[in-house]
Ligand binder design. Structure first.
Ligand SMILES: *Cc1c(COP(=O)(O)O)cnc(C)c1O
Length: 434
């Protein structure tokens, strides 16, 4: 299986090259040259396997550079937590994707990427450099922690991320270096871009990015859609199933559409966004008009130019699907809060803003008994402990991973947003030690 560059179709690379490169020429995203199409009986077989074996089989359709046994070993290490489909009502359920080590769904992609990179890069030293506003940093830091020969540098805007979130990834140390930049997220992103454009740094540090555009992260996310389907109560299987996906960069939704393309019988998806509604407007009126990013409660979805969108267009194009098949809706902060309250009052279910956006989007589509409705839960409510206490008057016990790091020392460096300062720091820290 080869992967082609969406912006430059002539560039076709193996999985390993796509993994290592991240982006192709002309900033193009990689996408599988063809999508595996499974027969009903193959799907049934997959659904009879446990999560690890099912995931290995799915990934083996795309990744031919590794034996299925090795792939299974890797998956066993990565997906070592539960993915429960929690029933709230007869035909309503939340797929909880937040039981991994950093309590957000980004653990799936980050852990798979770390393990598969290690598998293919066992000898060379490389450096992963990313900018984060929260969840990605935590997931990447934990996924790569203690992996030999891989250094990780994470930039984040100083004083602009939630305390618990910061503790989660800035207290690790060892091969994880965290830097609080005196600026905003865009300043961090700019430093990363400049570093990748700096030939000296790029070569000497062997820079690699681990952001959501890496194809390995997407492929890993296809797997839990099959798991969701597997757990639907029998009487609803093969009737209609719809899934609402809380979306920022649209990686999660891309993976869902890939699962559908492979033959998983999901009738349609709802793209649920917060007030950052570029895609919702585009689907409604055909105009691509990204506005300035707005800060919302569901901060991991504060994105106005979703970087996975070209892949979604590619999927619709390859399948000859009409874009009207994709429902979309933008949910503001007031409705997000109301959804958290509603879920608690009606079902005693505690959620958080990202999950509430996906639930609220479902509610806008009238359900009937024939349809099974799933919304994705992408973050653990404990991450929003203070806010939940305020609106639900409920105190959530911190899961152990959070309570363990609350009192640990923050090991971050603090730097200005000046590129030369950053470059000097990197040269001193990494190049002189070799
Ligand atoms: C990243 C993130 C999202 C958005 O996912 P995309 O793949 O970027 O659309 C939603 N919820 C949470 C909690 C996240 O961390």
């Amino acid at each position: 299986m080869k992967f082609f560059n969406i912006n430059y179709n002539k560039e076709q690379v193996s999985f390993v090259e796509a993994l290592k490169k991240g982006l192709g020429n002309k900033q193009g995203l990689f996408f599988p040259c063809y999508m595996p199409k499974l027969q009903d009986k193959d799907i049934l077989q997959l659904l009879n396997l446990n999560f690890v074996d099912c995931s290995s089989k799915i990934l083996s359709y795309f990744i031919k550079d590794i034996s299925i046994d090795d792939l299974t070993k890797i998956i066993k290490k990565c997906f070592n937590f539960l993915v429960p489909l929690v029933l709230l009502d007869n035909n309503l359920a939340c797929l909880e994707l937040y039981h991994g080590p950093t309590l957000a769904f980004k653990d799936f992609g980050a852990r798979f990427m770390a393990q598969i990179l290690q598998f293919f890069y066992s000898k060379d030293k490389i450096t992963i450099l990313i900018a984060t506003s929260g969840d990605t940093g935590a997931a990447v830091a934990h996924a790569f922690y203690n992996i030999p020969n891989i250094e990780v540098i994470i930039l984040y805007p100083k004083n602009r991320i939630v305390f618990l979130q910061e503790q989660l990834f800035c207290t690790l140390g060892k091969n994880i270096t965290t830097i609080a930049i005196e600026g905003n997220f865009d300043d961090c992103q700019n430093l990363v871009k400049q570093a990748f454009n700096d030939i000296v740094l790029k070569q000497e540090l062997k820079l690699n990015s681990a952001n959501s555009i890496n194809i390995s992260r997407l492929l890993a996310q296809i797997c839990y859609y099959f798991e969701a389907y597997k757990q639907i109560p029998k009487k609803y299987k093969y009737k209609k199933v719809i899934i609402s996906v809380p979306s920022g960069n649209f990686g999660n939704l891309t993976a869902g559409l890939m699962a559908k393309t492979m033959g998983l019988p999901i009738n349609y998806f709802i793209a649920a966004t917060n007030a950052n509604n570029t895609i919702v407007n585009y689907l409604n009126n055909g105009h691509w008009n990204p506005k300035k990013t707005i800060t919302t409660l569901s901060n991991a979805m504060d994105v106005s130019c979703p970087n996975n969108w070209p892949r979604i267009m590619e999927i619709f194009h390859q399948n000859n699907w009409d874009l009207s098949m994709l429902k979309s809706i933008s949910i503001n902060d007031v409705d997000t809060t109301n959804a958290i309250i509603y879920l608690y009052q009606k079902y005693k279910y505690i959620s958080e803003p990202h999950t509430a956006v996906s639930f609220n989007a479902l509610k806008h589509h009238t359900y009937n008994k024939e349809i099974f409705n799933i919304f994705l839960g992408t973050a653990h409510p404990a991450k929003f402990q203070k806010y939940i206490l305020k609106i639900l008057k409920q105190n959530i016990l911190l899961p152990q991973i959070l309570s363990n790091c609350v009192n640990k020392k923050n090991k971050s460096y603090i730097l200005s947003k000046n590129f030369n300062t950053f470059k000097k720091f990197l040269q001193q820290k990494y190049i002189s030690i070799n």
